[in-house]
Write a protein that binds this ligand. Sequence first.
Ligand code: URA
Length: 210
Amino acid sequence: MRLHVVDHPLVAHKLTTLRDQRTDSATFRRLADELVTLLAYEATRDVRTEAVDIQTPVARTTGVKLARPRPLVVPILRAGLGMLDGMVRLLPTAEVGFLGMIRNEETLEASTYASRMPEDLSGRQVYVLDPMLATGGTLVAAIRELIKRGADDVTAVVLLASPEGVAVVERELAGTPVTVVTAAVDDHLNEQGYIVPGLGDAGDRLYGSA
Ligand code: URA
């Protein structure tokens, strides 16, 4: 697993405001959207392109366009939806799939309750969106689902990660070509499963009425 923590003053600035409990939902949504776009810029550094010939008003030249098959962007419901617009702003031609993951509170295993995406993901670059990499269970289960469908190039874009979650993804997906792009790896995960210092419940802060 490759971990990429995006070190940029604009990322740090937006993340600080997201963390602040005084930030209301409307501002939180807007800043999360902007932050995702900054993370998306880094997450797509290896997006595949192909050479094309074009004619400018002045001369013929060569350039690049995104290669086919189109990248697939997969937000994990529900909080990952709050990251979709920020991601597809940079990848407007991407196809969008959806994954709903639920955790069994007895076994603590995450499983898929809804999925809407192509059956065959071989040769596709896939970008998974989930704001918080906390225990890692959901992300590991989601990425396993993608790999089962043939994905061999998966990048997870998360706003924040815990060291425990990163370690779980590293251990459980050892040997799979997975990159995690995040704005920060925080101090630890508390007993309630919250990232500390974190930003609280991302879903509530995105969609709550505060
Ligand atoms: N999910 C959240 O929304 N916040 C956390 O801190 C951990 C998991």
